[in-house]
Design a protein around this ligand. Structure first.
Ligand SMILES: Cc1ncc(COP(=O)(O)O)c(C=O)c1O
Length: 357
């Protein structure tokens, strides 16, 4: 039967709230009303502006590509959907990392892809392994899909590994789609893989690292001809974006340093706390957090739904059980909460882990 939904996204939206949510994967929200602008800047005249050039130029400037390589979209989510829809025909063979962000998998299924998986091994810190990709690839492979920084583990792939995967794709006549929504959290900020060659297509947004999920400012970066195809395809989907949101996104790009604010320092503090927490636990296996907004420890005592249930019921705290990433004995922790809350959440997580010893 055709996939018509993302169960993970439904759970992520409607799970019962808790005081200490280690489930999130976004820095604290940025308040747009802390920047100097007025309602007149929103161009609220009712007009829509096809492919609004100032926003494409702003995205292009930040990521070092010409505007003709930028397709704007509603969040990374719609950017992924557009890119996948442009690159997959029903029955096409598509290689997708495992574990991965579930909506990528479900969107490819919705489009009728024949999906094959390549493993990112917990034992290797979920490092991207070009040999695993080469083993899974066949002459029928049309697309290779991965996240960098990796969701859920936070592993960062370097250009050498990405180039190796680009060569595998080029040999098959395939493309590589990389969801880079967490990439700007890495230190130093790597360039987008779109710079590595025409087979690379990347997506991202102002959501996770910038705390502006409400603007839904996302984009695809791709070689110009493919970008044009994606724009044309979007005439079947959203046609144009909400212009007021496009204007707000331009204002955010003009003040990107202020938008980032304390977030990079907050992530560093929380990563350090998390790494100290890991040092004190012999029931968890996890590589230390360096670049990411999330980590994906393995719990040596089995299915982490049990852990999450106890956390919620007794500790008003939550993690993302690994079942949502096809690895039930793992769980995901997000580093985006204010440090005081994050420290308290970790301490409660420690309490629940101790209870289940
Ligand atoms: C890998 C990945 N891509 C995309 C998204 C959605 O991002 P956006 O809010 O930009 O649509 C998420 C959200 O969790 C994610 O983890």
């Amino acid at each position: 039967m055709r996939t018509m939904r993302s169960d993970y996204m439904h759970w992520a939206k409607f799970k019962p709230p808790v005081r200490y949510a280690l489930t999130g994967s976004e820095v604290p929200h940025f308040r747009m009303d802390s920047l100097p602008w007025s309602v007149a800047d929103l161009d609220l005249d009712g007009a829509s502006h096809p492919r609004y050039p100032p926003l494409r130029e702003a995205i292009g400037r930040r990521y070092g590509v010409p505007a003709e390589q930028v397709v704007s979209a509603d969040g990374t989510s719609m950017a992924n959907m557009l890119a996948l829809a442009a690159l997959i025909a029903p029955g096409d063979e598509v290689l997708i990392e495992q574990p991965t962000y579930e909506p990528l998998l479900q969107a490819a299924r919705f489009l009728g892809a024949k999906i094959k998986r390549f493993e990112r091994r917990s034992e290797d810190g979920f490092a991207l392994n070009p040999t695993a990709v080469a083993t899974a690839a066949t002459p029928a492979t049309r697309l290779i899909v991965l996240t960098n920084v990796h969701n859920p583990s936070g592993a960062l792939a370097g250009e050498e590994q990405l180039r190796a995967i680009g060569s595998i794709a080029a040999e098959c006549g395939a493309r590589v789609l990389i969801d880079e929504v967490y990439l700007d959290a890495a230190i130093p900020r790597p360039r987008s893989a779109v710079h590595l060659g025409p087979e690379f297509v990347t997506t991202s947004s102002l959501t996770k690292v910038y705390g502006l999920s409400g603007l839904r400012c996302g984009w695809v970066l791709a070689e110009a001809k493919l970008a044009e195809r994606i724009w044309r395809l979007n005439d079947l989907f959203g046609v144009n974006q909400a212009h007021a949101a496009e204007r707000l996104a331009c204002i955010a790009f003009d003040h990107i340093g202020e938008v980032l604010g304390d977030s990079p320092a907050l992530l560093q503090r929380n990563r350090a706390l998390f790494n100290r927490f890991l040092d004190g636990r012999n029931d968890l296996e996890c590589t230390p957090a360096v670049h990411a907004l999330t980590a994906f420890p393995r719990w040596l005592r089995g299915d982490t739904v049990r852990l999450d249930t106890l956390l919620r019921e007794r500790y008003d705290t939550a993690v993302v059980p690994g079942r949502w990433f096809e690895m039930p004995d793992h769980f995901r922790v997000g580093f985006g909460s204010p440090t005081k809350d994050f420290a308290e959440g970790l301490s409660r997580l420690g309490g629940a882990l101790d209870d289940l010893r």
